[in-house]
Design a protein around this ligand. Structure first.
Ligand code: 4AD
Length: 469
């Protein structure tokens, strides 16, 4: 093993390749470096050419200064890719500016400025950028989204790893409809018109949630999490719905405090991830706060770190909504037993002063079969939704029904007993109190950045009516 370390160190010193992020952070001169990136801007003087280069590693641009003769006959435009070699020189220590004094600039890829959809010096709107999902990673604003997505992903992993949760991969192809909502994408082999059901010998779907598999793994591993794509064939054309989205799902045995243990976990995860972004990716996240967030929205984002989340039961929420209904004109009249609607969620968030709020203890009839009923009232299940300002529901979770007889009765009533024998087995062989939650990763990013449309926080959005590329 020491040999491997030596070799990789040697490779690092041999290749003088550095990123723009490393280059702009240099505090002293570095000879013979090589930086590869795309031209974001350029100016020509008689003797010199100034090229602003970015490679996606940071929002900053590295100024490359090259003698004009190095680029004689080269058609360099915004959007071209180049590799520049030379010396990194701190220009002024006070302003921490750095430039690359180039001894060589090689054009790698041309870019026709007339046809390139992104114009020099212009800030394009998100709707415009959405037309070019394949090219928008080249823009400053979308590269910020991608860096924040990456940093938030790592923060989520760190959070769970530090708490001893084991990561595992849930299947993408599943024969279960975890949420029981029937919003499934069916999978069939493309050329099997006659044999279409024989491939798996059962119906197969893209997974809507890894929860049931997470429960199986928790039943031997105690605390697990998964973070992968999930799919919903919902016919919802809103700014918060995608057909393919990423979900962070945690499942854990519970040591006696039930749902409140899950609420603490969710709140800690939320705060931890936001804190990491503000600490390690301040420039990127602050860009969104400064450009698209109202002062109120900024305060509510900070409040979500500094103040404890609000909590209310579904019944308390309904009381509030029913009282408010006399003064507000909700699209749907709030009624105990019905799901919360969007304008109901917004009203509840206004009541909490734009602080995230956990709504707990929902009617059993509107939650899936796996949620555990309360010992004190079998019409209510120990479940939770987390509502967040600007977005609405970001997390859904529950304590799971761990009692074999209760679960068997419920599955029998729903006609699911045969299909979910394996799930019932988890209650027959060493059942434990357990629970978990699913957090919509794109909605979380929307909340952290203040981005209104979910399609602007995922690289390649799939939604009703659109599966580009
Ligand atoms: O509330 P949901 O449906 O919960 C479950 O799927 C549970 N089985 C999760 C679990 O307990 N392991 O979905 C969880 C979260 C929602 O709160 C929302 O943030 C997100 O997933 N979500 C969507 N995000 C984008 N587009 C959609 N169509 C979404 N549907 C749900």
């Amino acid at each position: 093993w020491p040999r491997v370390a030596t070799v990789s160190a040697a490779v690092r010193t041999l290749t003088s390749r550095i990123t723009v992020r490393d280059a702009v952070a240099a505090t002293s001169t570095r000879e013979d470096v090589s930086v590869l990136g795309w031209v974001k801007n350029m100016r020509k003087q008689k003797e010199l050419v100034f090229i602003d280069l970015n490679d996606g590693s940071t929002a900053a641009r590295l100024q490359v200064v090259a003698p004009s003769n190095l680029l004689r006959g080269v058609h360099l435009n915004v959007g071209c890719s180049v590799v520049a070699k030379g010396k990194i020189v701190p220009v002024s220590l006070a302003s921490q500016d750095v430039e690359l004094a180039a001894s060589q600039v090689q054009l790698l890829g041309t870019c026709d400025p007339k046809k390139y959809p992104f114009k020099r010096g212009k800030i394009h709107g998100v709707e415009y950028l959405r037309q070019f999902p394949h090219l928008r990673p080249q823009t400053g604003v979308f590269s910020r989204v991608l860096r924040l997505r990456s940093a938030a992903t790592m923060a989520v992993h760190r959070f769970f790893q530090d708490r001893g949760f084991i990561n595992f991969h849930t299947p993408i192809i599943s024969s279960s409809d975890c949420e029981g909502a029937g919003e499934l994408f069916e999978i069939r082999p493309s050329q099997a018109a006659e044999d279409e059901k024989r491939f798996f010998s059962t119906d197969a779907f893209l997974t809507v949630s890894g929860q049931l598999h997470a429960e199986a793994v928790t039943s031997g591993m105690s605390a697990v999490y998964t973070f992968g794509p999930t799919f919903r064939a919902e016919k919802s054309h809103t700014k918060r719905h995608l057909s393919e989205f990423y979900m962070v799902e945690a499942e854990t045995v519970l040591h006696g405090s039930g749902l409140s243990e899950l609420l603490c976990l969710v709140e800690d995860l939320y705060k931890h991830t936001l804190e990491v972004l503000l600490k390690d990716n301040y420039d990127d996240i602050n860009y969104f706060h400064e450009t698209i967030c109202s002062d109120e929205a900024k305060i509510s984002i900070l409040n979500s770190i500094e103040r404890p989340f609000a909590r209310m039961t579904y019944s308390e929420a309904m009381d509030e909504l029913e009282n408010a209904a006399s003064k507000n004109s909700f699209h749907t009249q709030p009624q105990w037993g019905d799901d919360l609607q969007r304008d109901h969620e917004l009203h509840l968030l206004s009541v909490t002063g734009q602080l995230p709020v956990f709504i707990t203890d929902f009617p059993a009839a509107i939650k899936p079969f796996y949620a555990r009923t309360l010992d004190s009232d079998t019409n209510i299940v120990s479940s939770v939704d987390l509502l967040v300002p600007g977005v609405g529901e970001v997390v859904g979770g529950s304590v799971r029904e761990e009692r074999e007889t209760v679960l068997r009765d419920r599955l029998t009533r729903l006609g699911l007993l045969e299909k979910y024998q394996w799930y019932l087995d988890l209650r027959r062989f060493g059942t434990v109190p357990h629970g978990g939650f699913g957090l919509g990763f794109e909605r979380l990013l929307q909340a952290f950045l203040g981005v209104a449309d979910i399609r602007d926080v995922i690289p390649f959005p799939r939604y009703l009516g659109s599966c580009q590329m």
